[in-house]
Design a protein around this ligand. Structure first.
Ligand code: NAP
Ligand code: MG
Length: 486
């Protein structure tokens, strides 16, 4: 694979799209810089990749899990070896700081280690059969060809979190990365293919989601789609999947709240809020976007959040002194600034940021200052919609009941946190919060690979990612009955 013109990888070969069209990949820290080009693939490329994956399926799933694990451990070793190079590409394409990109790669390494081991120890149970001479048990078998469609906010971690269980379970894969981070995606394709997976087991194809993503999802040969991205696209995928009865795993948006009570460690809550609101320029699906704060400590909390914001140094991700990079591209930039304008128009009080950086060296990049809004009310757009940028909305409440009502007052249900020293409040919150992952005295963005990762409501599908759900999603649990006393 060449860096400047990034090719597809189909049936064991790096090759250009049949469409012979390219898409530019730009540096969000300086939009004048073209990082490279990716293939603008078409439906013919999709069909070629699907055929290759179908041909490879038989050989791959008949390998033992131990042999599949040995190959994936090589991929993992390559990811470890190329950690810094891959992280640099994440920073160049996505914008996040190099430290954040390295943390992302490290987290991908942990996800892979966990899922390789899960795949070895899978997967069945025996039951006492109703009759003598009978054996009743379950086993897990692969689905076939699966599609992995990933976003640009975590181009490495999400790809590894999906691909490892898919492959360990014995499926063959077509990986379509987000267009904005396709070069980072190609590096991930390279670690899998250079590990020596048989040809056609791991196929990589770039291009417009609307064109090739849609073509993948609507093809009957695709037995499962694991998608991370916007709720709008995810729901469209789910609708299409119904037609072919394709399995879907959807990880979509969030509007994640923290609830801070007077008895909490306010400094900790403010530091965590700032970290989870502004790390990766707020472009995490589990970032904190709403702080719901008890009346009596509201002012102290806001003061400490503003002190944290003062410490943030906005700048290019490859510059070691930067602690927050640009947002990922012009579309994101415009969308975030439009939300900020709407917040101001609807009467929220802007306390910090609220605009692009005016620094001379940042003017060609997509740099949004860390933004804090106070006096945000439930009806405002910035309290309801996912902004996916460095914007925190602070809201005041008087009681636990008001706090939980406000926290749940969203179409999303991904992550939440409570800050309190009161065990009863924490346990009630854990029970009543409508999310897939919740935290006590910890930031909304915290997660570990052994636990499931996903949301409810419009944040996700019933089967989450990661943890035991990884292998479960990518396999069928077959019930087996054997009569051994003929
Ligand atoms: P998106 O359109 O949902 O993109 C996610 C992935 O889906 C990309 O690989 C994309 O390809 C592909 N895709 C797009 N349209 C498709 C279709 N019709 N069928 C199949 N695949 C399709 O997200 P976005 O436009 O990049 O970002 C928009 C907003 O989504 C963000 O502002 C944020 O609110 C949210 N988002 C959430 C997450 C998350 O982690 N939950 C991640 C990213 C974005 P292309 O890149 O080629 O379009
Ligand atoms: Mg889109």
């Amino acid at each position: 694979m060449q860096e400047k013109v990034c090719l597809n990888h189909i049936n064991g070969e790096w090759k250009p799209s049949r469409a012979t069209k390219l898409i530019e990949s730009k540096n969000p820290a300086d939009l004048r810089e073209i990082l490279g080009h990716i293939q603008a693939s078409n439906v013919d490329d999709v069909n070629e990749a699907i055929a290759a994956a179908q041909n490879a399926f038989d050989g791959w799933h008949k390998l033992s899990a131990k042999d599949r694990a040995a190959l994936l451990k090589k991929a993992l070793a390559l990811l470890n070896e190329q950690r810094t190079e891959i992280a640099r590409w994440v920073t160049m394409e996505n914008g996040k700081t190099l430290r954040e990109s390295l943390a992302e790669v490290d987290s991908a390494i942990w996800e892979m280690e966990f899922q390789i081991n899960e795949g070895i120890r899978a997967f069945g149970e025996t039951f006492p059969a109703a009759n003598p001479g009978m054996l009743a048990f379950t086993r897990r078998d692969p689905l076939g060809v699966v599609a992995l469609i990933t976003p640009w906010n975590f181009p490495v971690n999400v790809a590894c979190r999906k691909a490892t269980p898919a492959l360990m379970a014995g499926n063959t894969v077509i990986f379509k990365p987000a267009s904005l981070t396709s070069i980072a995606g190609a590096h991930i394709a390279r670690i899998f293919t250079e590990a020596g997976l048989p040809r056609g087991v791991f196929n990589f194809i770039t291009g417009s989601g609307r064109e090739i993503g849609q073509a993948l999802v609507s093809n009957r040969a695709i037995k499962a789609v694991s998608f991370t991205g916007s709720t709008e696209v995810g729901m469209g995928i789910q609708q299409m999947a119904v037609i072919n009865n394709t399995r879907t795993q959807l990880e979509m948006g969030g509007k994640n709240p923290i609830v801070v009570f007077a008895d909490a460690n306010i400094g900790q809550a403010a530091a965590d809020a700032a970290r989870a609101a502004y790390a990766c320029a707020g472009q995490w699906c589990t970032s904190t976007s709403r702080a719901i704060v008890e009346d009596s400590i509201h002012d102290a909390f806001v003061e400490q959040v503003l002190a944290e914001v003062q410490k943030i140094r906005v700048g290019p991700g490859l510059d070691e002194t930067s602690t927050m990079g640009p947002v990922t591209g012009e579309t994101q930039l415009k969308s975030i600034l439009a939300y900020i304008d709407q917040g101001i128009r609807e009467g929220a009080k802007l306390l910090a940021g609220g605009r692009r950086s005016s620094a001379e060296n940042l003017k060609n990049g997509c740099f949004v200052l860390p933004t804090v809004f106070d006096q945000v009310t439930a009806d405002m757009t910035i309290a309801r919609e996912e902004i996916f940028g460095p914007v925190l909305a602070v809201m005041r409440v008087k009681s636990f009941e008001d706090a939980i009502r406000l926290a749940n007052n969203t179409q999303y249900g991904l992550a939440s946190s409570i800050y309190t020293m009161d065990l009863a409040k924490a346990l009630r919150f854990i029970e009543e919060t409508q999310v897939g992952l919740t935290h006590v005295n910890m930031m909304t963005a915290y997660k570990e690979p052994p636990l499931p990762f996903g949301g409810i409501k419009y944040s996700g599908s019933p089967i989450p990612e990661a943890g035991k759900s990884g292998i479960e999603f990518f396999s069928i649990k077959k019930a087996v009955y054997v009569n051994y006393l003929q």
